[in-house]
Design a protein around this ligand. Sequence first.
Ligand SMILES: C[S@@+](CC[C@H](N)C(=O)[O-])C[C@H]1O[C@@H](n2cnc3c(N)ncnc32)[C@H](O)[C@@H]1O
Length: 204
Amino acid sequence: MNMNYYEKIADNYDSRWKSYTDNTLQKLIQYLPASLENKTILDFGCGTGELIKRLLILKPDLAHITGYDPVEEMLRQAHMKMSQLPEHTQEKVKLQSHSNFENKFDLIVSSSVFHYLPRPRARLHHFKSLLREGGILVLLDYTKSSLLVRYFEWFVKYIDSMHQQAYTPQQIKIMVESADFKLEDSEEFRIRPLWNGFVIRVSV
Ligand SMILES: C[S@@+](CC[C@H](N)C(=O)[O-])C[C@H]1O[C@@H](n2cnc3c(N)ncnc32)[C@H](O)[C@@H]1O
């Protein structure tokens, strides 16, 4: 059986991608609403659960976080990470590998996942249907405008068969606005030399 990139590297993902993860998640966290008290959150493409862990520590008064990821090996790492948290904190988390969600959310976050979505416009509409009135979506991804991505995306596709395509900040803005989200704030930032990220906060 052909394993995908994340099935292969799940055990080592956190150490191999540590600086990338630190730089991107720190930025995403700056774009969250100041208070998450009693809020319910979806982390779409949660990977090893690093953002979930950080949010539970930084915002202990949040109500609940659902983490979705299609790769079971990544979710296994997330389960292991959650098991190290106090029991009352673990109770706030649900991890799942299917993308049917029973309830609506106050906040959806998705970090370094947008370039994997086969139908990003349809997914944005899905996000919108999952958000409560006044809900917030924070998306972060690396951008097509980075030199590294512009010239070497073919190589990324070669090593990572799930990769669909990266987008420029402008393309992402157009897509979220076409899905009828209200743009609140956005920024292009440096993840690593020659490798830029884009973060955008929009609301329903
Ligand atoms: C670069 S990792 C980022 C993980 C996590 N969001 C973070 O920032 O640490 C990308 C994640 O997206 C997941 N993924 C791939 N295709 C996806 C899809 N179509 N929908 C949702 N998640 C997907 C992968 O399994 C992987 O865990």
